[in-house]
Design a protein around this ligand. Structure first.
Ligand SMILES: NC(=O)c1ccc[n+]([C@@H]2O[C@H](COP(=O)([O-])OP(=O)(O)OC[C@H]3O[C@@H](n4cnc5c(N)ncnc54)[C@H](O)[C@@H]3O)[C@@H](O)[C@H]2O)c1
Length: 255
């Protein structure tokens, strides 16, 4: 039987791999044969992800990086390329969420969301693209959100920051296509992780959230991180070889 793994020999650099969607994606990419280098502020969580991968016989490395710091991003990407001998795939997944009504939202909170969410995608691309080019091409997966294309109360800053990622991704895709580097933007809907606590608090608690999910999600439930990881593998791998500049909604059909 032929090898069904989709990322054999691929070298992945990713951010935000300490838990939840990032961890599930790192694990699944490693199961598909990739080597994965994870950058996260949460070193303990990222090391735990690496040890889970190693237990399954995979190869991975974790490095502490604050993606808001250009010098740290540059050093992280250089270390990742050094460890793996190059980079074929970038998965820029680190993210922050804050919720609040627009008139109560502070400029500092707004700036914090933009500094992590879209600005870190720019910084990671800036330093990773030369390595993908040297590899003869590759794939970049940008983590956005359904919030980029559909709005909800209390989400103005988060939606704007994730919308910036979709705009960045589409332009980057056009810029890099001649070099056989594909760029796609992944937009999950509600995924059951602690990341959504600010939005849940804004809504008034878990019961209120469950009621919103049952009203706006036709599939009637939140996703689990593993369901998002499947799309990450698809976009990272040659399974999506004719796709670039796409905004992929994995949201249970949100109205
Ligand atoms: N959970 C959801 O419902 C949902 C829906 C759509 C999109 N997303 C996106 O998926 C991604 C992962 O979300 P998650 O639910 O797994 O939550 P998560 O909190 O587990 O993941 C975010 C990761 O980013 C890291 N991070 C934050 N700031 C950082 C910084 N300055 N430097 C380095 N690392 C930093 C965190 O330590 C964490 O590991 C995020 O970009 C999020 O916006 C999540």
């Amino acid at each position: 039987m032929s090898d069904m793994r989709q990322l054999v020999g691929k070298r992945v650099v990713m951010t935000g791999g300490a838990a939840n969607i990032g961890r599930a994606s790192a694990l699944l990419m490693a199961r598909h044969g990739a080597t994965v280098v994870i950058g996260d502020l949460d070193t303990e969580g990222a090391l735990e992800t690496v040890s889970l991968i190693e237990k399954e016989g995979g190869k991975a490395l974790a490095q502490k990086v604050d993606v808001t710091q250009e010098s740290e991003v540059a050093a992280f990407v250089a270390a990742a390329a050094g460890f793996m001998g190059g980079i074929d795939v970038g998965f820029f997944n680190a993210g922050l969420q804050r919720s609040g009504r627009v008139e109560e939202f502070s400029v500092d909170q707004w700036d914090a969301l933009f500094t992590v969410n879209p600005r870190h995608c720019f910084l990671m691309a800036k330093y990773a693209v030369p390595h993908l080019r040297a590899a003869g091409g590759g794939s970049i997966v940008l983590m956005s959100s359904v919030a980029a294309v559909k709005g909800g109360p209390g989400m103005t800053a988060y939606s704007a920051s994730k919308g910036a990622i979709t705009g960045f991704g589409r332009a980057l895709a056009a810029e890099l296509a001649p070099e056989r580097i594909r760029v796609n933007v992944l937009c999950p809907g509600w995924v059951d992780t602690p990341f959504n606590q600010p939005a849940i608090d804004f809504m008034g608690g878990t019961d209120a959230q469950n009621s919103v999910v049952s009203q706006i999600v036709p599939l009637g439930r939140q996703a689990v991180p593993e369901e998002i990881a499947e799309s990450v593998v698809f976009l990272a791998s040659d399974m999506s070889s004719y796709m670039t500049s796409q905004i992929i909604l994995v949201d249970g059909g949100v109205f």
